[in-house]
Design a protein around this ligand. Sequence first.
Ligand code: NAD
Length: 390
Amino acid sequence: MLAFFEQQVRSYHYHTQVKFLTMSALTQTAPQTSSVFDQLAANDHEQVVFCHDPHSGLKAIIAVHNTVLGPAAGGTRMWTYASEADALTDVLRLSRGMTFKNAVAGLNIGGGKAVILGDARKDKSELLFRTFGKYVHNLNGKYITAEDVGISTQDIEYMAMETPYVSGKPESMGGSGDPSPFTAHGVYMAMKACAKKVYGSESLAGKKVAVQGIGHVGEALVANLAKENAVIYVADIYEDLLKAVAQKYKVEVVPTDSIYDVEMDIYAPCALGATLNDDTLGRLKCAIVAGAANNQLKDEKIHADLCKQKGILYAPDFLINSGGIINVYYEIIGNYNRQRVVEHTERIYEYTLNLIDTAAQEQVNTHEAAVSIALKRIAAIEKLKRTYIA
Ligand code: NAD
């Protein structure tokens, strides 16, 4: 039997589905189903493109979730997925998250994301990324890409040879550079806001923080935490990264599968998604979850409610990890100014305080409160666009 991806590509080669947004559908979670169109319909994705190029070995999926606020923007992830169906699920969830993230951060861009199926340590080549750049270009600016897991500024540079619809370009090319330090800074500001609510002080000195994943964002977060004398635990699947971080900062390395059992105040997931689930929420003893990883809740309703019931303050991922896309946004609009990016990123502190208050007032979990803020802004701006004023 043909693999899932091959079936899609052979049948349609360039397979798209266009569907306009209905606000109610934005709040649904994609069902675990084998039907591709059911998955797209569940969350109102506008368009999904399967990219297949045997010459370069490229297998990628680009998902445009919603473009009410502007062109869809969000990074490209390169990952070795267990199955092609997992890759589709990931890109659909990630692109929907970008719609919410860009909305709550006050940016005039919609939500999109891409995944390249492959091993970021073995399968990278100029040809692969330039080919991917051509597929991005075919969307004519409806989707603008940037870095995500497994993608470096060098890879972005190759994509930029084929399309202008790439952001997070190296500073040497006039771009805004790696967005990760801004993402980390925003997460750090959100962590301080959570600490203020939970402990009455925003200081993280002496607080035990477990950082899962010390890649681009995780390491930058460790740097922020180390400056403030937090007690830092780190885990990663790569020994070389752990060694490098342990040489630079005072951290305690813990095995990947034990990170959830560490005696900690704050859990900072900075690897992949779905680490807030039935198993981990039975083990985590923290008061706060604040990290950069996208889609941390395995089930948005069940696990956000479970955090609330257990007295864990969950800082919604898409609300607090927007520093990187804020950086990219100012590059996209052609008015890049680092000071402005820092100021905008630091607003995440206020966004987080307001969100916690809103969730308490509305007696909903923090994830629901954040989604509702995003949906209100999208609905308001959609109305703004109904009238043409010369
Ligand atoms: P990265 O690839 O540089 O780092 C991810 C790290 O997580 C890697 O070092 C990897 O080895 C590690 N990892 C993977 N599985 C793990 C596991 N089970 N246990 C421990 N470590 C594990 O990626 P990044 O750019 O640092 O992004 C991290 C997360 O933050 C991702 O979920 C990404 O989508 C999200 N995010 C990143 C940005 C950004 O600016 N880079 C912006 C917003 C959100």
